[in-house]
Design a protein around this ligand. Structure first.
Ligand code: APR
Ligand code: PHB
Length: 391
């Protein structure tokens, strides 16, 4: 098999890239190791930056998002039983975010790709990327019980944190930056209208909690739990009791309970692989970087990477200049490190370290009060949360 761009992975990065290339008249083949149902059901985050919303619309993939997505103009910070709203448009000159689940973005892109785009092979597992530093890189893969080879002009590894593409970059050229956190998030989906109309990020002595949503009738909630926690250790009632405690306020706000339809634990990690390109192999999304979910940046970073790649390839075809493709890694990494900074800041601002000292607790509260009292600090949060424009 032969194509212009071989794409490994049908998460948001790989699927959006295939769509952008299709729209630009550039051929691609997507290889995805899992089956379609698995990819469409995987629960992930759900906040789209303004820039991501714009990209999906321009790609012709925004119809259902515009019908069903919820525009949010702010978030609430909760600490010390107090509530503080951060008003995004007011602080950023009009920017907002959209609540629309990543799984829904994937469903929309899969439907478009199967209808209009190039080949998208499910249950096709990439085994290795070969000859990345030549003009004809290849992906060896297994599909329907047979091994095959995809010959490409370019390969983009959109195969997530556990993928194989990264392995094709020689170790001596690679630098990895990593931090793990001694806690994870226990996430639930519940059939109950969200108890607040915007997201609530709560810092509590017992640990962090987040109230989010999937629709006007489905809530998505998270609790900070110790690293290695098994979701089954928590009964539904214990989860609701703990959420209630961590969201407590001095006023009469209260948390509505409902049937829990799903629960799982997500580990937390910060990770960056440099460089993001080797010869004709490019890494995009979680294959190159991971952020803890507190800043809601994972999906948006993946979108930034593939937009950068697609624009650079179109630029090469239109002008003959490889300059932008050559700058891919540096261009992406500037944005990646800003998201790493913000995600780390939000994580350390709101979570309780297991060994936190009273001094550190006070510093955390002082950081929160700085945001509620100083417009410059609040504005910095609002700008980072809603996202910086793509270069
Ligand atoms: N061959 C083919 N496909 C693979 C392989 C392989 N060897 N390894 C992994 N994959 C597939 C996975 O099954 C998955 O569908 O690659 C896809 C990677 O998708 P994601 O993990 O969703 O990563 P990405 O597209 O970069 O999206 C980043 O996902 O983890 C969240 O919070 C993160 O929102 C962010 C987003
Ligand atoms: C979610 O809705 O899943 C979500 C929202 C905001 C975050 C992380 C996850 O920061």
């Amino acid at each position: 098999m032969r194509t212009t761009v071989g794409i490994i992975g049908a998460g948001p990065a790989g699927l959006l890239l295939a769509r952008l290339l299709h729209n630009a008249g550039i051929g691609s083949v997507v290889l995805e190791s899992r089956d379609r149902a698995y990819v469409e059901q995987r629960q992930r985050a759900g906040i789209l930056e303004q820039g991501t919303v714009d990209v999906l619309r321009a790609a012709g993939a925004g119809d259902r998002m515009d019908r069903e997505g919820l525009r949010h103009d702010g978030i609430e910070l909760r600490f010390d039983r107090r509530r503080h709203r951060v008003d995004f448009p007011e602080l950023t000159g009009g920017r907002s975010v959209m609540v629309y689940a990543q799984t829904e973005v994937c469903k929309d892109l899969i439907a478009l790709q199967l209808k209009e785009g190039g080949p998208l092979l499910f249950e096709a597992e990439a085994l290795a990327v070969e000859d990345a530093d030549t003009d004809s890189p290849r992906v060896r893969f297994r599909h329907e019980g047979r091994e095959d080879v995809l010959e490409c002009d370019y390969v983009v590894g959109c195969d997530g944190f556990w993928g194989v593409a990264r392995n094709a970059i020689p170790e001596e050229l690679t630098q990895v930056f990593e931090r793990t956190y001694p806690f994870g998030w226990l996430g639930i989906l519940a059939d109950v209208p969200p108890s607040h109309d915007e997201l609530v990020y709560a810092r509590h002595d017992r640990g962090f909690a987040l109230l989010s949503m999937r629709s006007p009738s489905v809530s998505r909630l998270y609790l900070q739990v110790p690293e290695g926690t098994d979701a089954e250790e928590w009964s539904d009632e214990e989860i609701w009791n703990e959420l209630e405690r961590r969201f407590e306020t001095a006023d009469d706000w209260h948390l509505e309970r409902g049937p829990i339809t799903q629960k799982s634990v997500t580990p937390m990690r910060s990770y960056v692989h440099e460089p993001m390109r080797h010869g004709r192999l490019f890494l995009a999304g979680d294959a190159a970087h991971i952020v803890p979910p507190t800043g809601a940046k994972g999906l948006n970073l993946a979108v930034g990477d593939v937009v950068t790649f697609a624009r650079a390839l179109v630029h090469l075809q239109e002008t003959g200049s490889p300059e932008r493709l050559d700058a891919y890694s540096e261009t992406c990494l500037r944005r990646v490190w800003q998201a790493e900074r913000f995600s780390y800041a939000m994580t350390t601002l709101l979570h309780r370290m297991p060994d936190a000292t009273p001094f550190e607790d006070r510093i955390q509260l002082a950081r929160l009060e700085r945001i509620t009292d100083a417009r410059s600090a609040e504005q910095d949060l609002a700008e980072s949360y809603t996202g910086f424009p793509l270069e």
